[in-house]
Design a binder for this molecule. Structure first.
Ligand SMILES: NC(=O)c1ccc[n+]([C@@H]2O[C@H](COP(=O)([O-])OP(=O)(O)OC[C@H]3O[C@@H](n4cnc5c(N)ncnc54)[C@H](OP(=O)(O)O)[C@@H]3O)[C@@H](O)[C@H]2O)c1
Length: 275
């Protein structure tokens, strides 16, 4: 089967499918079914985390799909209490065991957790794991400019990407400019605003104009702006719908309309204050 989709080359030379499946809040069983369904629909990229408690399900879903392991890009993350060199190293081993994989394609520090101040040590563990072949690429999540610059200054190794909350209500233009300058890819979490952006009149009007769904319009908006995007669904019809976004384009008017939806509104916590 030839699959229509798009890819981004990370600064370390590895290639990531631009559109993936998120599985936050999916149970083990839901994750297994969603991952298997997604792979059958054409997805080649799954985003999980140790704190989601569904890595076993993700591993089962990959096996159930029948696809070769190296065909799928798998991301997991180091949770806050797992930070620090030794704990992060052990956490990765535990994630690999749950996923039933010998390596992950991408490992992220889930939050900078600045009050713990362990993210540089944790980063050193990720660098070591990459050297050992347990991960292909390493990155971060929810980092701001100051955290990114500190990692690079203290280790000389930059994250391949920063996974941040980003949707029409929180467009993060300043941080995206920082990423561009540092040559770090932007990955959008809660890309549909946790489903809440789907009923906005601007999105609905654009969807009607193109004969597409609201979710397809928002996913297309992320893709056209060069971001990596990981919408979550455990519903087979939505999983398929969210991948059917490579046959249309938003025009300048559409993009201008969505730009006006930015309210700097977070659904998740402020990375400076969490945990
Ligand atoms: N790094 C971080 O700190 C962080 C934080 C949050 C999330 N994430 C990652 O980002 C992923 C996505 O974020 P998210 O799960 O918060 O929210 P999201 O992808 O913005 O939205 C998911 C919600 O939208 C619904 N939905 C999906 N497709 C739809 C469609 N076509 N039509 C109508 N409703 C649809 C889903 O319902 P159903 O599932 O019921 O179909 C679910 O309720 C997560 O799963 C996780 O992998 C990372």
């Amino acid at each position: 089967m030839s699959i229509q989709q798009s890819f981004i080359t990370l600064s370390d030379g590895n290639v990531i499918p631009q559109l993936g499946l998120g599985v936050w809040q999916a149970t083990q069983e839901q994750a297994a079914n969603a991952v298997s369904e997604a792979i059958k629909s054409g997805y080649r990229h799954v985003d999980t985390a140790s704190v989601y408690e569904n890595e076993d399900g993700v591993g089962i879903g990959i096996k159930q799909s029948g696809i070769a392991r190296e065909e799928v890009f798998v991301t997991t993350k180091v949770w806050n209490p797992e930070q620090g060199f030794d704990k992060a190293t052990a956490a990765l081993d535990a994630s690999l065991e749950r996923l039933q994989l010998s390596y992950v394609d991408l490992l992220l520090i889930h939050w900078p957790a600045p009050k713990m101040d362990l993210y540089v040590d944790t980063w050193k563990a990720l660098i070591a794991a990459k050297k050992q072949g347990k991960v292909r690429s390493i990155g971060v999540s929810n980092f701001n400019q100051e955290h990114l610059v500190r990692l690079i200054d203290e280790t000389g190794v930059k994250p391949a990407l920063n996974q941040i909350e980003l949707h029409p209500f929180l467009q993060q233009n300043t941080l995206q400019q920082v990423h561009k300058k540092l040559v770090i890819e932007t990955q959008a979490w809660s890309p549909l605003g946790q489903g809440k952006a789907l009923s906005h009149p601007t999105i609905i009007a654009i969807a009607e104009k193109h004969g597409k769904s609201a979710a397809q319009v928002i996913i297309r908006w992320h893709l056209q702006q060069g971001r990596i995007v990981i919408p979550k669904s455990v519903t087979p019809s939505r999983i398929q719908e969210n991948f059917d976004v490579f046959d249309f384009s938003l025009d300048l008017n559409d993009l201008e309309g969505i730009a006006l939806m930015d309210e700097c509104h977070r659904f998740g916590p402020d990375p400076l204050l969490f945990p």
